[in-house]
Design a protein around this ligand. Structure first.
Ligand SMILES: [Zn+2]
Length: 105
């Protein structure tokens, strides 16, 4: 079983990684569009993919912040819906999850 401190370190590392990636995505989206129509259509498609990745990253960051708050509150690893303990293997896989396997399914 991992200690809460190890979980916190794991979550903070993931948070830093996501923030760096979102920063890159923002920089990429800010680059000027090509004037050539064909190229700009391709760029727009690429931007939509980037925006999708950015959105997924934002959602994960929100969940990570909530998980860190639960660690501070002493509620980490407890399912937010049924109140049962969340399995260690599940926390290893998805350390920011607020739900046990049963409730998430
Ligand atoms: Zn549950």
């Amino acid at each position: 079983m991992k200690s809460l401190e190890q979980r916190r370190v794991q979550l903070l590392a993931r948070q830093a990684e996501l923030e760096a990636r979102l920063h890159d995505i923002d920089a990429e989206l800010d680059t000027p569009q090509s004037k050539d129509w064909d190229d700009s259509a391709i760029e727009r498609e690429g931007d939509e993919v980037l925006e999708g990745m950015g959105h997924a990253g934002q959602v994960e960051l929100t969940l990570i912040a909530a998980a860190l708050a639960r660690i501070d509150a002493g509620e980490y690893g407890v399912c937010g819906r049924c109140g049962e303990a969340i399995g260690q293997e599940r926390l290893d896989l998805v350390p920011h999850t607020p739900l046990c396997r049963t409730c998430a399914a």
